[in-house]
Design a binder for this molecule. Structure first.
Ligand code: ARG
Length: 459
């Protein structure tokens, strides 16, 4: 079949090369952005009298028909036409002839593809933001129910100090809120209009780039034509934002998997979010959380792939850059698949408050509070630390918790200890006296939840 660029060629492309070269398989998903971009370009060409106004109008009208036909499934794209850009241009020319042949004036596929991918990713960023806001809402709602649900906090996966489940959840709120702000930032650098960069060196036609940017809702235009066609930083930046989202989802998933184990039993996934075993009748597996953890690998892989693809490319456009699409599309698709399923899994799981409370009690999670008790009675912290260390050693030997020690036993370690030690080291005090900003006390977490709601109402 004749190529749009066939003029200087004597032979047809080898069939294998057609298949190899063609990106229509995966870039057809940018059809809407391609058509929108072409409509703005055609409108500008007409306004600037670079092409006749009637031709501009014809092009615009037919592009709208093509868009409708694609959406109604009436159009089959062709491998031979390489990519979405040439497929659409070819259909346009078949339908309106010479006017259609004027569309590509002052434009190259190099700046066209840069435009399309920017527009496509901005649309995806908006969807990702909406999904993240949903995650933040689900986390906040769940936290609201658990400001009194005491659970052990860990360091080194060893019991450390008691917190509440709400406090733990709100830690993830902060992570996903940062993810949201990263996406927002990434949009700023994506929201720049490259059309007019041409193949690499701009054009002699008097294009009105600002007009095109305005038509398409971009903030500004790119400032260097070589960079305009060869910059894929925003793709890599988005892949990095997506990797970070997956990293957070994966950490959370890992916790939910651990907590679902018999050993922890802090939560139980809803039947609708678990699966069984083909051989072991008793099994209920947290597959959804595991799959999210597993899919993190492929998103990280895409980030590394993109960085590696771009690392040796001389200016300006090179065909290597066609390899940006599959990884970023898959990374976006993966995150869009994970976020909603994660939300629903979280919202439907059962939280076993009694097990969490029980878990918070073992392992001397109130040892720091015992030391702080001594500090408040005047002992320097390092000495208090040593005293409580000896107390813990004694309690382990006698198979007791700190709260189980009698007054006489306490007095053996320090005579400044009085009866109020028992309240001072109760789980309730350990949590609710930690009133420092960012702490787990009920009042503090309630305040975080209030701020979270205000933040979400502003989105
Ligand atoms: N399909 C190409 C891409 O995805 C855009 C076309 C530019 N190709 C070219 N040979 N100048 O990057």
């Amino acid at each position: 079949m004749a190529k749009l660029w066939g003029g200087r060629f004597q032979k047809n492309t080898d069939k294998k090369v057609d298949d190899f070269n063609s990106s229509i398989r995966f870039d057809k998903r940018m059809y809407k952005q391609d058509i929108k971009g072409s409509i703005a370009h055609a409108a500008m060409l007409g306004r600037q009298n670079i092409i006749p106004k009637e031709d501009s109008a014809k092009i615009i009208a037919e592009l709208k028909n093509i868009l409708r036909d694609i959406e109604n499934g009436k159009i089959e794209f062709e491998i031979d036409a390489e990519d979405i850009h040439m497929n659409i241009e070819k259909i346009l020319i078949e339908r309106i002839g010479d006017a259609g042949k004027r569309l590509h004036t002052g434009r190259s596929r190099n700046d066209q593809v840069a435009l399309d991918i920017r527009m496509y990713l901005m649309d995806e960023i908006s969807e990702l933001e909406t999904m993240l806001i949903h995650v933040l809402n689900v986390i906040t709602d769940l936290a609201d129910e658990h400001t009194e649900t005491i659970m052990p906090g860990y360091t080194h996966l060893q019991k450390a100090q008691p917190v509440t489940f709400a406090h733990h959840l709100m830690a993830y709120f902060e992570m996903f809120r940062r993810d949201l702000s990263r996406l927002n930032d990434c949009r700023k650098r994506t929201n720049i209009m490259p059309l007019g960069s041409g193949a690499l060196a701009g054009t002699t036609h008097p294009l009105d780039r600002e007009f095109v940017a305005q038509e398409l809702g971009f903030d500004s235009v790119t400032q260097n034509s070589l960079d305009g066609v060869s910059d894929r930083d925003f793709v890599i930046e988005l892949a990095s934002c997506l990797s970070m989202i997956m990293m957070h989802l994966s950490r959370f998933s890992e916790e939910l998997i651990l907590w679902s184990s018999h050993e922890f039993s802090f939560v139980e996934m809803d039947d609708a979010y678990s699966t069984g075993s083909s051989i072991m009748p008793q099994k209920k597996n947290p597959d959804v959380a595991e799959l999210i953890r597993g899919k993190t690998g492929r998103v990280y892989g895409h980030l590394m792939g993109l960085l590696t693809t771009m690392k040796g490319i001389p200016l300006a456009y090179n065909k290597d850059m066609q390899e940006d699409k599959e990884p970023i599309f898959d990374a976006v698709d993966t995150v869009k698949l994970c976020l909603p399923v994660f939300c629903d899994m979280l919202a439907t799981m059962t939280v076993k408050k009694d097990k969490m409370l029980q878990g918070s009690k073992g392992g001397f999670t109130n040892a720091t509070d015992a030391a702080d008790y001594l500090v408040k009675k005047g002992l320097p912290f390092r000495e208090a630390h040593a005293v409580v260390g000896r107390m813990v050693f004694y309690a382990i030997e006698h198979n007791k918790a700190l709260d189980d020690l009698t007054m006489d036993e306490f007095k053996e370690f320090s005579d400044i200890i009085e009866n109020d030690i028992y309240t001072a080291i109760s789980m309730d005090t350990c949590v609710n006296d930690r009133k420092v900003i960012g702490g787990p006390a009920k009042a503090v977490v309630e305040n975080s939840i209030k701020n979270a709601r205000n933040f979400l109402n502003r989105q």
